[in-house]
Design a protein around this ligand. Sequence first.
Ligand code: SF4
Ligand code: SF3
Length: 546
Amino acid sequence: MSNAMFCYQCQEAARGLGCNVRGVCGKTADVANLQDLLIYLMKGIAAANIKAKEIQQDEDAAVEFIVDGLFATITNANFDRDYFLAKIAQGLALRDKLKQKVQLRDYFYKRHDIMEWTASSPEEMDQKAAQVGFMSIPDQNIRSLKAMIIYGLKGMAAYYKHALVLGYSDEEIADFIQKTLVATVDEELTVEQLLDLVMKTGQTGVKAMALLDKANTQTYGHPEISKVNLGVRDNPAILISGHDLKDLEQLLEQTKGSGVDVYTHGEMLPAHYYPAFKKYDNFAGNYGNAWWRQDKEFESFNGPVILTTNCLIPPKDSYKDRVYAANIVGFEGVKRIEEKDGKKDFSAVIEHAKKCPPPQALEQGEIVGGFAHNTVFGLADKVVDAVKSGAIKRFFVMAGCDGRMRSREYYTEFASKLPRDTVILTAGCAKYRYNKLDLGDIGGIPRVLDAGQCNDSYSLALIALKLKEAFGLDDVNKLPVSYNIAWYEQKAVIVLLALLSLGVKNIHLGPTLPAFVSPAVKDVLIEKFGLATITDVENDLKLFMG
Ligand code: SF4
Ligand code: SF3
């Protein structure tokens, strides 16, 4: 098993370059390599499935496999070697089955290694895994663009998966993911062609986010302005984290009347904004903050914790036996909640909760959220009047992710020093850097408008487009809106590409630019889109407020 790896997919990449011994996230070298191998294998599955589609022999299982596989390789989703070994064995069988179906047909990748390689033991998988990562692409700029595309696909797959579990699919998105995965094998693609593919990834990202928005709002109603309790009650409880609303729905149904409360953590907070979940008396509130504080917060919660998606950090022994993983989440020794016929049985978690003391209070009070597009459109007249009267001078889109780095204190300081006639539009776990500051309101409009999870960033794009229409402008960039986005994992990559594809310019991305952006690619992004990073609060405020 190799103890060398290379991963530069997240904002915390070691030294701003990449992790090469062990991930800052805790991912071991063997798992990082197996994730690379899974991506490589999925290119072969996609190539065969695309060909099989021409003779109506394609498999839904291939799309599901690819979507899950991409999702499982997102930062802080799955650290489990056995998960990836099993997935790779399963994937090889799937690829070979598809190969059989299309064997008489001629196609470009027929003799390519993505179709030919095989491994029958963990050792052989480890060996192959060490050869197929991004470092196998010699040219730095080609590598950078292919990485941007693959990471964008990972984010897209995550959003698409959430739509799929709610019964919403889209052939165009599924085809795009497969074709684009295969395209990254093509050694002939030029920088220009890859840049074009980056933009197409962004455009399809918009479609995936729109589909998820439709799935969520048609299933659970439009988010509405809601107060969320931050304190605790005196009952045993379960904490649910990640982004999967269907898991939450099933948990609420199964805990109803059991005497066990349910609290949200991290990115599950916005679930409180949906009308469908308000009917559950035991849906008690939100506990804690963003993902990276889970090592302390899961400890003091006292009860079991369910991780439905990223972000999981390697659990401490003191609470590891209380952690349950669902869907694509995995960690060695952590119990799994399996799914049968689209249903999950949480009874073991509920029984576990009953034996635990109630959570220890971290804070008190309430926060307000629920400002997704439908709510904001309802306030549109008020907002437009406030802008016209000068009561609101500027909007700041501060969506994205939170993370461990000290430099992220910038976002708390930035939010608190923003002039009082500005409004923050947010989504994703980045909000925890300022959603508990008392920033007040402007004529009844709160100064922090939370649209929801990172999954709901689409709302922010719709709001910008609606404002453009309300002010009769021909270009979103003429709006009094600035973008100061914090990123961490690959869902933020697809959000960024989506915004770029919608023509949004001058986005500031921090706390640092991605390690996978090479200097030459960075120059292109600066020149074409005005992409920038952050400096210090005083400077940036001056710059943004012009
Ligand atoms: Fe490093 Fe981030 Fe990759 Fe983890 S996901 S190995 S922290 S670059
Ligand atoms: Fe957060 Fe992991 Fe990205 Fe969904 S939970 S925004 S980092």
